[in-house]
Design a protein around this ligand. Structure first.
Ligand SMILES: C[S@@+](CC[C@H](N)C(=O)[O-])C[C@H]1O[C@@H](n2cnc3c(N)ncnc32)[C@H](O)[C@@H]1O
Length: 269
């Protein structure tokens, strides 16, 4: 198993309480939702993990920084979607979590080049941030309102074998946590190229009465990701699921899925 990279000591002036999550297990017996993948890292990528990760790690004491607008992407890969979102919405604090070292290093290098100051990168299990957001909502002063306006997971590992289904990132527990972590009108956006996983995601969403359908995804702030390009190049159908956190819990939800059959002549924009 490839352990999540350890975030080193904070080095920048603003980072005295950085380091959320690198040493915080989910703590509920949840198995890793990622595949162990190794590979050689270039010296530059090792430098990114050693030096840049600590500068942009979420704040330990308050990963949401008391900000009015916060988004969380779990399994952000090389960060294309997170960086595009942050660039188009400078007032939004974008938290992105990734465990794969090579992807993480690419994300950190691209973030450094883009010079965006509204992105925090968790080198660890993103479910710890979701749990922290849930805790904010359930705290007495939270009044049941989560700190997030957007939760995203694009092309999470599908774990197709039945005996591995409990390793899937998106299940009923994840959807419940997202519903608690999101403020009213907040969005949960998921995508997968695995039809069986899409069906399981849809079932998990339907089991959660706090979500209603939210229409097609806004492609302007979500470029096709690395895995999405691989899927469409291979002719696989991309399933987008997008739901909105309702104000009045209790009412039933309707259909939630939109499937996109790849068109080689058209991008997603
Ligand atoms: C199939 S890749 C997709 C990456 C990216 N979203 C894309 O579309 O190109 C799934 C990624 O999720 C990461 N991942 C899986 N579970 C995670 C978790 N609990 N926290 C953070 N990253 C996770 C994996 O390391 C992997 O890089």
């Amino acid at each position: 198993m490839d352990a999540p990279p350890t975030v080193g000591p904070a080095t920048s002036a603003r980072s005295d309480d950085r380091g959320f999550g690198a040493d915080q297990p989910v703590g509920d017996g949840t198995r890793p939702s990622w595949h162990a993948r190794s590979g050689r890292l270039t010296a530059r990528k090792r430098w990114a993990l050693d030096e840049l990760a600590a500068r942009v790690a979420p704040r330990r004491a308050d990963p949401f920084e008391g900000r009015p607008r916060v988004a969380l992407e779990i399994g952000g890969g090389t960060g294309e979607a997170a960086l595009a979102l942050a660039a188009t919405q400078p007032a939004l604090l974008v938290l992105v979590a990734e465990v794969h070292k090579a992807s993480l290093a690419r994300l950190l290098l691209d973030l450094e080049a883009a010079q965006l100051d509204n992105v925090r990168v968790l080198a660890g299990d993103g479910r710890t941030l979701l749990a922290a957001a849930e805790a904010v909502a359930t705290a007495p002063e939270g009044a049941g309102v989560g700190p997030l306006e957007l939760v995203r997971a694009f092309f999470p590992d599908p774990w197709p074998k039945r005996r591995h289904h409990d390793r899937r990132l998106v299940d009923e527990r994840f959807v419940r946590a997202a519903a608690s972590a999101l403020r009213p009108d907040g969005l949960l956006e998921l995508a997968t190229d695995d039809a069986a996983y899409a069906a399981a995601m849809t079932a998990a969403i339907r089991a959660e009465t706090r979500f209603v359908p939210a229409g097609p995804p806004a492609r302007a702030d979500r470029p096709a990701t690395y895995y999405e390009r691989r899927a469409t190049d291979a002719g696989r159908t991309v399933h987008d699921l997008r739901v909105r956190r309702r104000h009045d819990p209790g009412a039933p939800t309707a259909g939630t899925t939109r499937s996109t059959t790849p068109d080689p002549d058209k991008g997603h924009a």
